[in-house]
Design a protein around this ligand. Structure first.
Ligand code: NAP
Length: 282
């Protein structure tokens, strides 16, 4: 039976640090504030937004919402981002993506001031993840994976880590953050040959491939730590990961659950970035 690496205690530890920094800022009259920018009313976005607002409120972080109609033009969205960039009272910006098809994702991302980019969407923030330069913040989900491994004392130095997925939101930045912890990282994509073998060879497997239950018993062996980033709703309405938990749990040493694993840490990372951004700019 594997140790279950729950996200809640990781989030609680992060929240305690965030709250302490937030209280220190409050004593100086600063209220860390997150701008939430949403185009349209996608249910996924609304659900994540509710979680973010709740977490912000519980930690003393204010939220200002900027909601545009799904038919809004790119110019309208860029005007909102410009306003946020110029407003010193707004310390971070969460921009929901994917954007509607009339908008150019790259142009919109590039418009956001890197110091307010609390979700690691600008090229400069991503460059910071690669170079360690103190600019912007890493994407929250990728950092959540690293926070979980740190919290549970999983030393990565010299270990083999296989990251399944190479998106800019999760796989690539996660690979970089684990490389910084001196792991030897193999990053896989949809053309990777013999994925099961590459997973089995690893000491730690981070799975962010967006395919429900795709990593099964054939990819895993005893002694491994598995971080499952995937989130899917199965035919019974239950949340599932990219890893087949029922096959993995009896075999591996430790595994993050879905739900209650990486997803439980992501919003805490986001709010910690907002408070850090407020601290840096004051
Ligand atoms: P994505 O953009 O769809 O990327 C999936 C990655 O997996 C791609 O790089 C793809 O390779 C790779 N891949 C697909 N099939 C593969 C295969 N057979 N072998 C090896 N690699 C394969 O997804 P994402 O945005 O990174 O998200 C990944 C998962 O995490 C999704 O389930 C998403 O819902 C979840 N997620 C969770 C959170 C959270 O807070 N827990 C946050 C964000 C996302 P190519 O590049 O070659 O296409």
């Amino acid at each position: 039976m594997a140790t279950i690496l729950k996200g809640a205690p990781v989030a609680a530890a992060l929240n305690r640090r965030t709250q302490a920094l937030c209280e220190e800022l409050n004593t100086r009259g600063i209220v860390p504030t997150l701008a939430v920018v949403r185009v349209g009313e996608r249910e996924d976005d609304l659900s994540y937004e509710r979680g973010v607002v709740k977490r912000c409120e519980s930690l003393g972080v204010a939220v200002q919402k900027f909601v545009l109609d799904a038919q809004a033009t790119q110019e309208e969205l860029l005007a909102v981002i410009d306003k946020i960039n110029r407003d010193a009272a707004l310390h971070g910006c969460l921009l929901f993506r994917p954007l509607p098809p009339q908008m150019d994702d790259r142009q919109v991302r590039a418009a956001l001031a890197p110091e307010k980019d609390v979700d690691g969407v600008t090229d400069l923030s991503l460059a910071g993840v690669f170079t360690n330069a103190p600019v912007g913040f890493p994407p929250c989900t990728a950092q959540a994976c690293a926070e979980i491994l740190d919290f549970y004392g999983i030393d990565l130095s010299g270990k083999r880590v296989t990251v399944v997925g190479r998106s800019l939101v999760v796989g690539k930045p996660a690979a970089m953050l684990l490389d910084k912890r001196n792991a030897t990282v193999t990053m896989c994509n949809s053309r990777t040959r013999d994925l099961p073998n590459l997973c089995r060879e690893a000491d730690v497997v981070v799975v962010a491939m967006g395919k429900m239950g795709a990593i099964g018993g054939d990819c895993l062996r005893p002694g491994q730590v598995v971080v499952d980033v995937g989130i899917h709703v199965d035919a019974d309405g239950k949340l599932r990961g990219d890893v087949c938990f029922d096959q993995a749990e009896p075999v591996v040493e430790a595994i993050t659950p879905v739900p209650g694993g990486v997803g439980a840490v992501t919003t805490s990372v986001l709010v910690s970035h907002v408070v850090q951004a407020a601290s840096i700019s004051n």
